[in-house]
Design a protein around this ligand. Structure first.
Ligand code: ARG
Ligand code: ZN
Length: 469
């Protein structure tokens, strides 16, 4: 499920032999087969040019995984159901490391080769535009995380009792072949087999669990469209808690015993946090909820894995509120380009401010003022949140804090009622899909009847500390 592009992504007229390789990659002019029929090796995102691919759109991933926590070997079979968005003689999947043993397209053996993080697949027969097809990839090996431009580990991160599996922005490719860009969302089935005594936690609803010959298989299903970076298959020795909320949400919490005492009082608040957010942002977008609290020192971040946020240690309440807010902003309403990351992080951060304000903490204005008091030399003002410049700056203070400040300024300009209407209209109108900054600005103007381009220009796009608010 891919949103329409505003511009044609590839210009076939490019004489690619004369343009630099990276540019050729972006244009999708990549290869010796008939022009116009090979899928681009990237989704066209300048921050991560090789993330995602062109030429097809994935509808569903069916992942069957076996992980041996002792040897750290992963055995995988991925079945992708996709639709060709152009005539395709060849297409790429993102997969880094691991050994691929076989690829089939519609049950017919396909040629494949590896090229860095690209798995290049040539089906026996070209695929016609609009045609649905099924790719099966059999693979195995020892997954290794990638290091993101900001220095964080990303992907399949082994722990002492399993693996902490996160994927933002590019780590999905370390454990399954994917169209790994949030532009392409799909539903997922997971069948994960681990040694008995370990729990494998993925997204959505647990369909079943069975043990045989010392191994336990967990089957998970996420029916709502999900970006690859939000998929998880976190494995560990976990204490499991399951319940259904008054509102009918199915909650599954998995907690490492070493984090259990600190996590308990925070996890207890999950239903009330989700209820509070639902009142503010509109209905919770998914059917399942929960948390995975792992003990993964060295990871240093949490991730809003869809339906079930992932924490590398016991979260505090702010972090739970933040990752929960991402279920609306980031997970349900997804990015079309990483440059728009403030739509995720600024919103989730502002949810923390609002939660504090309404639960006996400082007002959002007070939080804003304390930040605004920081001198022009502070890292907060190092780059504008609407244009972080590169993948290195995706998760920096300007994106989170100044992004939230931009929303606070919007709130002050339009008033509380319209502000909440804008947030709800955003979450509801783009539910299960995508949104861009330009669309958000247009929506805010429409809902409030005010001219807001200047405000957003100042807070999202101006270099340095904006003049007094
Ligand atoms: N989206 C996560 C959060 O703010 C942060 C992910 C950080 N990832 C990274 N590779 N640095 O909740
Ligand atoms: Zn966040």
């Amino acid at each position: 499920m891919t949103p329409p592009r505003r511009q044609p992504a590839r210009r076939r007229t490019a004489t690619y032999a004369t343009v630099p390789l990276a540019v050729a990659a972006l244009l999708g002019a990549a290869g010796p087969t008939a022009p116009g029929t090979t899928g681009a090796p990237g989704a066209g995102d300048p921050y991560f040019p090789l993330s995602g691919n062109g030429g097809y759109d994935v509808r569903h991933y069916d992942l069957t995984l076996g992980y041996d926590t002792g040897s750290r070997r992963l055995d995988g079979t991925a079945v992708l159901t996709a639709r060709a968005t152009q005539n395709l003689t060849r297409f790429d999947l993102d997969l880094k490391g691991l050994t691929v043993t076989a690829v089939t397209v519609d049950r017919t053996k396909a040629d494949f080769r590896r090229d860095g993080q690209e798995l290049v697949v040539t089906p026996r027969h070209a695929l016609r535009r609009g045609r649905e097809f099924r790719v099966t990839v059999a693979y195995h090996g020892t997954p290794k995380p990638v290091t993101d431009p900001d220095g964080s580990p990303d992907g399949w991160i082994p722990t002492d009792d399993g693996a902490f599996v996160a994927g933002e922005p590019q780590g999905a490719m370390t454990w399954f072949p994917a169209n790994s860009h949030p532009r392409d969302k799909a539903s997922y089935d997971f069948t994960i087999t681990v040694p008995k005594g370990r729990t494998a936690v993925a997204n959505g609803v647990l369909l079943g669990e069975s043990t045989a010959h010392g191994r336990t298989t967990f089957r998970w299903r996420e029916t709502q469209p999900m970006a690859a970076y939000l998929a998880t298959a976190t494995i560990g020795k976990f204490q499991v808690e399951r319940y259904t909320t008054r509102g009918g949400l199915r909650v599954f919490n998995a907690v490492d015993a070493r984090e259990a005492r600190a996590a308990a009082p925070v996890l207890k608040k999950l239903p009330s946090v989700l209820e509070w957010e639902s009142r503010l942002f509109g209905p919770y977008p998914f059917r399942a909820a929960g948390s995975v609290v792992d003990h993964a020192p060295g990871v240093g971040y949490a991730l809003e894995t869809q339906t079930r946020p992932l924490y590398s240690s016991a979260p505090d309440l702010d972090t739970l509120v933040h990752e929960s807010a991402h279920q609306w902003f980031g997970d349900s309403v997804s990015l079309t380009a990483w440059k728009d990351i403030w739509l995720n992080e600024g919103f989730a951060t502002y949810a923390e401010w609002l939660y504090a304000e309404q639960h006996g903490g400082p007002s959002a204005q007070k939080t804003f003022d304390a930040l605004y008091a920081r001198p022009a030399s502070d890292a907060l003002w190092a780059y504008p949140p609407g244009d972080p410049g590169s993948g290195k700056h995706l998760f920096g203070t300007p994106v989170y804090a100044r992004g939230a400040m931009a929303l606070h300024e919007l709130r002050r300009a339009v008033g509380d009622r319209d502000f909440v209407r804008i947030l709800r209209a955003w979450a509801t109108g783009h539910r299960g899909g995508h949104g861009t900054t330009a669309q958000f600005v247009r929506l805010a103007e429409k809902e409030s009847g005010k001219q807001l381009k200047g405000l957003f220009h100042t807070w999202l796009y101006t270099q340095g500390k904006p003049n007094s608010p």
